[in-house]
Design a protein around this ligand. Structure first.
Ligand SMILES: [Zn+2]
Ligand SMILES: [Zn+2]
Length: 447
């Protein structure tokens, strides 16, 4: 193989997009995700690609987060018709999140730039399913998907080509925070000559917290005060982890049987259904549980009138709603109703980006604006920092240390400070000096 083009997530966390070129010019693409953050970045998500895609024989998809798949419909706009390979769970979740972003892009005023449901359908029709550890071949390329342990269906992808018997390249995709509550641990990679790895948390170890205890204390508090526990949560993985945790707490009686829980997010409800159908992807503990995401008192409020009715429910209750950063979605109307009550507790379980309402609330704002009205924050805010589905620095190093024959390492999917610290640590702990931090648009050799 000749080279890798780094078209995204090079000096940045989001927007993963890589193109691998064989000596004969054949190419495969690995991921094509959205950039998230500034409006300028986000505008680029709806533009046609400015590089030639005519030699791309396949798209290999690591997992269904939008920063890895969000620009797939752009390929449909460009008339792309080569196969796209992913696991079954990735395809199912991709369908939900791509359709969701069709709506979001319309509401966002993207106009003609927004992509359409038809384009998403075209993409879905190009998808071919792969199993973990079962190699597939396309032109001279062989690709093997390994369970990355990050979210349901996530993969690291090993790629070789008939043009060189020695080279083997691994794209880590996003690596998991193993062991995770729902899915099996990250499959370690035995051998690779070139490693393209994520570095999101390359600078630090996740804090050690007793998530169960913090969570239980929040629930027991609202049970005593008849308050409301609001949890803004991401639809994929985090929501199902929370449901499974409550499933346990209800089984042990630590959470009252009668305390109602509302899953108030159409997307999270759909993703939870996919989890329920994916028993083969559960970890050993989850496989023992007949109804890991179901317990008494749990309601799925799919329709918006059902969502509005929740506020009429007197007494203690738990509401899980999107969006995870409180930047839209149904959590907004719950915040308007509950944020001024001192019996309300807001439990933040994920990263809150700068500029979001979630970040303001996390940082202790006394007064916030929601849809042109302003509200005093009387709710109590608690933050769980350790619920992450990403590997931290020790896990990244452990993953890399397992791989034999490494000649070259490219650090992607991380901001510069994080990947610089990781590069130093890779040198000091593992002795690899051949670590590069590609920039957007670089074409660099496969070793
Ligand atoms: Zn991810
Ligand atoms: Zn990612």
């Amino acid at each position: 193989m000749k080279s890798i083009h780094f078209w995204g997530a090079a000096g940045d966390v989001t927007g993963s997009n890589f193109v691998l070129t064989a000596n004969n010019g054949d190419q495969v693409m690995v991921d094509i995700g959205m950039s998230q953050g500034s409006r300028e970045n986000e505008d680029s998500n709806f533009r046609l690609l400015d590089y030639d895609i005519s030699n791309i024989r396949a798209v290999l998809i690591t997992h269904a987060h939008l920063d890895h798949i969000g620009k797939l419909p752009i390929l449909a706009k460009m008339g792309f018709s080569a196969p796209m390979y992913c696991t079954e769970a990735t395809k199912k979740i991709a369908e939900i999140s791509l359709m969701d972003s069709v709506h979001i892009s319309k509401e966002d005023g993207r106009g003609d730039m927004a992509y359409t449901a038809d384009e998403v359908e075209q993409i879905l029709s190009l998808m071919k399913l792969v199993e973990y550890d079962q190699p597939i071949t396309v032109f001279g390329f062989t690709a093997t998907y390994r369970n990355a342990g990050h979210i349901l269906g996530s993969a690291s992808i090993e790629i070789s080509h008939t043009d060189d018997q020695i080279q083997n390249i691994i794209f880590s995709g996003d690596l998991g925070n193993s062991p995770q509550d729902l899915i099996p641990p990250t499959t370690l990679i035995e051998r690779a000559t070139t490693v393209v790895m994520e570095s999101t948390y390359g600078d630090s170890a996740h804090p050690v917290e007793d998530v169960r205890a913090i969570f239980l204390s929040e629930i027991n508090t609202i049970e005593k005060t008849n308050g409301t526990l609001l949890i803004p949560a991401f639809s994929i993985e985090r929501t199902q982890e929370l449901l499974h945790l409550m499933d346990h707490l209800k089984q042990t009686g630590e959470m009252l049987e009668q305390t109602p829980v509302f899953l108030d997010s159409p997307m999270a409800i759909k993703v939870t259904k996919i989890f329920e159908q994916s028993e083969d992807l559960y970890n050993l503990e989850l496989k023992q549980d007949n109804t890991p995401f179901g317990f008494s008192g749990l309601s799925f409020t799919l329709r918006s009138d059902e969502s509005k009715d929740i506020i009429r429910h007197k007494g203690a209750k738990v509401i899980i709603a999107g969006s995870g950063m409180m930047s839209g979605g149904r959590i907004m109307h719950h915040l308007k109703h509950f944020i001024e009550k001192s019996s309300t507790r807001i439990l933040i379980v994920g990263y809150q980006a700068e500029g979001t309402l979630g970040r303001e609330i996390e940082e202790g704002a006394q007064r916030v604006h929601i849809d042109d009205a302003s509200f005093d924050v009387h709710a109590h805010v608690t933050r769980i920092k350790s619920m992450s589905s990403h590997a931290d620095q020790p896990r990244l190093l452990k993953w890399l240390a397992h791989i034999k024959d490494v000649k070259k390492i490219y650090l992607v999917h991380g901001e510069n400070p994080q990947r610089e610290i990781l590069a130093e640590k890779i040198l000091s702990d593992l002795g690899y000096a051949n670590v590069s931090m590609p920039m957007m648009g670089d074409e660099l050799p496969v070793e």
